[in-house]
Design a protein around this ligand. Structure first.
Ligand code: UD1
Length: 424
């Protein structure tokens, strides 16, 4: 078993560089199925979710190879199966994008239902309804989605009952080569929705309005390969490092980010009294440890991202006064609170709301990651705490952060990965 050993209490200082967006990459890689020409994709994060998608594409018959540590060559011309039901597929949440991409390529798809982090009930009913509206017959059998558009996919008007990143992007994948026009209303506006649209447009798709709540797609017959498309920076990785800098009373410049994507976070940090200097594609965060609590509610973009909620709650535990957090996207996103309270935090959870009493001095203990972002949050807590922490179940962190501890070491963190023997 691998674990992180963290000696806390050191202020992070220096420069840190953000990689490509995981949530964009897990949709853009399946999107390569929509063309029979090769694609060259840059700024691909080498995280385990991406490695799983690469494995799934290879199992389908695609040729995938890293040209350097962030540039991926993908050629799906030899893929002739629309069936992705291996164990890998159900191991990750983002594999639902294979349904939209395979439907778009072959007019049919058979895909094992996704797993992923256990941060609440994670239905994909709106994805499936969208495929039905486009003319596919969709069934769910024994944990597998079977979708079939015998007469081809046809453009349609689709209204999403709830703002969903996954449904917006998945329907986009299926609709780009459908016959006629598709309009998706009440869309998600996340940066990775825009990135997928830009990627598909660079292949000859006709998608307008990504980044607003109405996306219009004019179906095209063929897509060509993408040559050197660069994935946007990871907004959540950037935010995680920004919060880590503030929590450790540090002074860190986070590079390779898009400041506009970070606005919900920077506004809160400034309100708390934390130093924020915005540059063109970097943000410097500095703090002497004196900052006040605040209240926030997680919301779809441009609201405060749910994927930064656990990290922010750690920071609020260190802040002066009382803070309130309202989680409105996932119903089970406070699994880390028990661990954090064992370190000395005082957080009371009531359903999807948390009341945080600060400031608390955190102490290093043995910790377990309950999910990906909670794992990042507990790492921040351990970096800010006095003494040593041991963090297990770090496979969750590896799903979404490339070289997490290496990057943190680069700004002065005392953090090591070590292999330990287990009795089980
Ligand atoms: C994506 C991100 C995840 C992030 C989330 C919200 C990926 C791989 N994951 O997840 O990290 O936390 O966006 O920013 O990109 N819902 C339904 N029916 C559906 C689909 C969603 O009811 O068919 C609900 C969900 O239960 C949830 C809400 O809609 O309450 C938002 O989910 P969604 O935006 O779809 O999240 P994901 O795309 O799965």
């Amino acid at each position: 078993m691998k674990r992180l050993v963290i000696n806390g209490g050191k202020a992070l200082k220096g420069d840190i560089y953000v990689g490509g967006s995981k949530n964009a990459a897990v949709a853009i890689l399946p999107a390569t199925l929509l063309t029979e020409e090769p694609c060259l994709i840059e700024n691909v994060p080498n995280v385990s979710d991406v490695r799983i998608i690469i494995k799934i594409l290879k199992n389908l018959g695609a040729e995938c190879r890293w040209e350097d540590n962030s540039t991926l060559y993908v050629d799906t011309k030899n893929v002739n199966s629309s069936k992705a039901v291996d164990e890998e597929v159900s191991r990750m949440r983002g594999s639902y994008y294979l349904i939209g991409a395979l439907l778009g390529r072959f007019g049919q798809a058979e895909v094992a239902l996704p797993g992923g982090c256990t941060i609440g009930n994670r239905p994909i009913d709106m994805h499936l309804k969208g495929f039905s509206s486009l003319g596919a017959k969709v069934d769910e059998e024994y944990g597998t989605v079977v979708a079939n558009a015998e007469n081809g996919l046809r453009g349609a008007g689709i209204y999403l009952d709830k703002v969903s990143v996954g449904a917006t992007m998945n329907i986009m994948l299926a609709a780009v080569k459908a016959q006629g026009n598709t309009t998706i209303e009440n869309c998600a506006r996340e940066p990775h929705v825009v990135d997928l649209a830009n990627f598909l447009n660079s292949m000859g798709a006709h998608i307008r309005g990504a980044g607003t709540d109405v996306i219009k797609i004019r179906g095209v017959k063929e897509l060509h390969g993408a040559k050197g498309y660069s994935i946007i920076p990871d907004q959540i990785e950037a935010g995680t490092f920004m919060i880590a800098a503030a929590a450790t009373k540090g002074d860190v410049t986070v590079h390779n980010l898009i400041p506009r994507h970070m606005e919900a976070l920077t506004a809160k940090l400034e309100e708390m009294g934390i130093g924020v200097d915005e540059g063109e594609d970097e943000i410097r965060i500095y703090s002497n440890g004196e900052f006040r609590g605040t209240t926030f509610r997680t919301q779809p973009y441009p609201g405060f991202p749910t994927d930064l909620q656990p990290q922010m709650s750690v920071l609020l535990s260190l802040a002066n006064g009382e803070s309130n957090v309202y989680e409105s996207v996932w119903e089970n996103r406070f699994a880390y609170v028990q661990e954090l309270n064992r370190m000395g935090a005082q957080i009371e959870v009531n359903g999807t709301a948390a009341e945080i009493h600060g400031p608390k001095k955190l102490k290093g203990v043995g910790l377990r990651c309950p999910d990906l972002r909670a794992g990042a949050a507990l790492t921040i807590a351990a970096l800010a705490a006095s003494g040593k922490s041991y963090l297990t179940d770090i496979k969750y962190i590896d799903r979404g952060y490339a070289d997490f501890e290496g990057k943190l070491r680069g700004v002065g963190a005392d953090i090591e990965r070590e292999e330990v023997e287990t009795n089980d």
